[in-house]
Ligand binder design. Structure first.
Ligand code: HEM
Length: 415
């Protein structure tokens, strides 16, 4: 088998599975910050119960998600040595910042938040969650800076056959960055909002004793999903401008396509400079889902009318709609990444030159190994999430107050 194809398949598998975790993390952490801040400001116990329940689901997803991130890094190192060599001086900086932010800062804040319940002052405990959220967004920011550079290399010069960074600011003002970052963040919020609404809908369908509590989270989830789906559509359409201007071969070709292909042929020799049609398929279905998800606005009457909640049909619709943002995100990445082909860095480094000189057998082995590992992590995540979500918000382990006679009860508040 062709090692290039195997490497690309491995990249697609690892990134896709990893991103499913990332979107839930980004969406849920934002909602958690809202819940805990509301609890802090109003002192109402309902917000603490919700924070503990949703926080537990967040922690499960985070822990397994970070393991998928480590597999991603391995995959990069193993399969894309040509990319590291050629653009590592540019691409390495944002990627390293992302890793430091995600693995060290964010995990440290999160660990202190998990174990700080009832031990730290409430304000300090809340600040830690804000820290987790800010670092999660910072990490998404830097990874999108890196990805935008591969879509449209800027702020560099090639010396001795290797790209060197000359203008750090250009990385941040890259036209393929801003709208894509907004689009990805909105996708995370839609996912988190819909996940919250769907779990709540499930409890309401089962006529849970915590009816009022899950009605509150249903409302919060739906409002978040509705507002962010509109942002998602806005940022999505805004991406077409930079794509047409800077990547004329993407999505069927822009006006400057022919001139660019002639230039590439002169510089790199004859070749197939068309991206696979799969990119357009991804784009089309993603947009279809984007419009379908817009219907969440129609479900907002649930907010005001209890009798509509009791009709059950809207609750089932929310449950059935839950896979949609996940599918759309995968389609979105297919559109963006397959649309960049045959380039690893658009117009600069062909994908065929970016791949490591690894034998097909070895590449196939790592593809199977990583796919099984990531598949197992994803399945474990969803089983654990479903199990803990189904248990309800009666008494989640996260943030459980210490029993009156336990040692923990006698420990001082140390901040
Ligand atoms: C009206 C609806 C939508 C429009 C117009 C739209 C537009 C786009 C465009 C043009 C791209 C490719 C950008 C590029 O190649 O540089 C893209 C990528 C992407 N889309 Fe969408 N999209 C929509 C809905 C959605 C939905 C519902 C989701 C997920 C919930 C989603 C998630 C993504 C992701 C993760 C990417 C890859 C990263 C990026 O380029 O932002 N999109 N979208």
């Amino acid at each position: 088998m062709d090692p290039l194809l195997l490497a690309r398949l491995q990249f697609a598998t690892t990134t896709s599975i990893h991103f499913l975790f990332v979107a839930v993390t980004l969406g849920l952490v934002t909602l958690l910050v809202g819940l805990q801040t509301a609890g802090y400001l109003t002192g109402k116990p309902v917000y603490e119960r919700l924070t503990r329940f949703w926080g537990q689901l967040y922690v499960i997803n985070y822990v397994l998600g970070i393991a998928t991130g480590i597999v991603m890094e391995f995959q990069f190192g193993l399969n894309w040595s040509g990319l590291s060599r050629y653009v590592g001086n540019v691409f390495g900086a944002p990627l390293a910042i992302e890793t430091l932010v995600a693995f060290f800062l964010e995990s440290t804040f999160l660990g202190m938040w998990i174990f700080g319940w009832h031990r730290l002052r409430r304000g300090v405990h809340l600040a830690l969650l804000w820290g987790v959220a800010i670092t999660a967004y910072a990490s998404a920011f830097w990874i999108m800076v890196a990805n935008a550079w591969l879509q449209n290399p800027v702020g560099y010069e090639v010396r001795d056959g290797v790209a060197h960074l000359t203008d750090f600011g250009a990385l941040l003002t890259n036209p393929t960055f801003g709208m894509a970052f907004g689009h990805v963040v909105s996708a995370g919020l839609v996912t988190g909002g819909l996940l919250m609404a769907a779990v709540s809908a499930w409890h309401l369908l089962r006529r849970t004793p915590d009816y009022a509590l899950f009605r509150t989270s249903l409302r919060l989830g739906l409002v978040t999903a509705a507002l962010s789906v509109s942002m998602l559509q806005g940022f999505g359409f805004a991406q077409f401008g930079p794509v047409a201007q800077l990547q004329p071969t993407k999505f069927g070709g822009g006006p400057d396509r022919d001139a660019l292909v002639t230039d590439w042929t002169a510089r790199f020799g004859p070749g197939d400079w068309e991206p696979p049609v799969l990119s357009n398929v991804g784009l089309g279905f993603m947009i279809l889902i984007g419009f379908t998800l817009g219907a969440v606005w129609l479900l907002l009457p649930l907010l005001w009318r209890d009798w509509i909640i009791r009709l059950k049909v809207p609750l089932w619709l929310i449950l059935l709609g839950l896979p949609l943002p996940f599918v759309a995100m995968l389609l979105g990445w297919i559109a963006r990444e397959v649309g960049r082909q045959p380039w690893a860095a658009y117009g600069l480094l062909p994908t065929a030159q970016a791949v490591s000189p690894v034998s097909p057998g070895l590449m196939l082995t790592s593809l199977i190994g990583f796919s099984l590992l990531l598949g197992a992590l994803a399945v474990t995540n969803w089983v654990l999430l479903a199990r803990h979500a189904a248990r309800g918000a009666h008494d989640p382990a996260l943030g459980r107050p210490p029993a009156p006679d336990s040692d923990a009860h006698h420990q001082p508040v140390f901040v």
